[in-house]
Design a protein around this ligand. Structure first.
Ligand code: SAH
Length: 211
């Protein structure tokens, strides 16, 4: 089956599994997942499962990404911060919906590869930083201080305080919290100095590694 047709079936599957945000579904209908994975897994490109990428990392499961993006309530006017660029697949999905994305990856070879793949696809609204994303967007261009939405795609031991600081008033942060396989998806909403946290079920991510 052609990738286009497989992509359409994945969108239907995500919808059946509870994803109703039309922006999210449209983005999954556009981004070619086959371009972000290792060639040996090409036949699994549109299976709803995570796949290994270089350096013992993973490209996230489509459903998990869709759930997180739905919790973010992404809009065209959003400035978004992503921690854990990885393959760049989720970066592309976010860049399809939001106005601008800043993404941080600690492993240089992964970031450089993602930058290349995303440039080939003509994304112009994504900025990259190589480093420890636990501290957020630091010493990077453009010099944004706060973000409407923040998404972390690796499991943190606690909600990273520096990321809470960089959340704009009314902003939403989605982050898996926990260690080993016992992780819970946390959603944080900021209202002034108040942060309300809700928990949204179990998940499994590679660990967020702080330097
Ligand atoms: N959304 C990505 C998922 C990548 S896996 C995708 O769909 O491809 C998580 C990524 O987080 C890995 O690439 C890992 O290297 C990165 N990571 C782990 N700890 C980090 C940290 N402290 N700062 C930035 N990136 C980190």
């Amino acid at each position: 089956m052609r990738f286009e047709d497989q992509r359409r079936l994945l969108v239907q599957e995500l919808n059946t599994l509870g994803i109703t945000d039309q922006n999210v579904l449209a983005a999954f209908g556009k981004v070619p997942r086959e371009r972000f994975i290792l060639p040996q897994y090409i036949e699994y490109a549109y299976r709803n499962q995570p796949l290994p990428i270089e350096l013992a990392q993973t490209i996230s499961q489509p459903l998990m990404i869709a759930i997180m993006l739905q919790y973010l309530e992404l809009k065209k006017t959003d400035l978004v911060l992503e921690i854990g660029t990885g393959s760049g697949y989720q970066s592309a999905l976010i860049a399809e919906i939001a106005g601008e994305l800043c993404t941080v990856e600690r492993l240089e070879p992964l970031s450089l590869k993602a930058q290349k793949v995303l440039k080939e696809q003509d994304y112009k609204n994504i900025h990259f930083r190589i480093g420890d994303g636990t501290s957020g967007w630091q010493k990077a261009f453009p010099p944004h201080k706060e973000f409407h939405k923040i998404i972390v795609s690796a499991a943190a031991r606690e909600i990273p305080p520096r990321l809470k600081e960089q959340l704009a008033d009314g902003g939403i942060l989605v982050v898996p919290v926990g260690k080993g396989y016992a992780q819970i998806l946390n959603r944080v909403v900021r209202r002034g100095g108040e942060f309300s946290v809700t928990e949204h079920g179990g998940c499994t991510f590679v660990p967020l590694i702080s330097s």
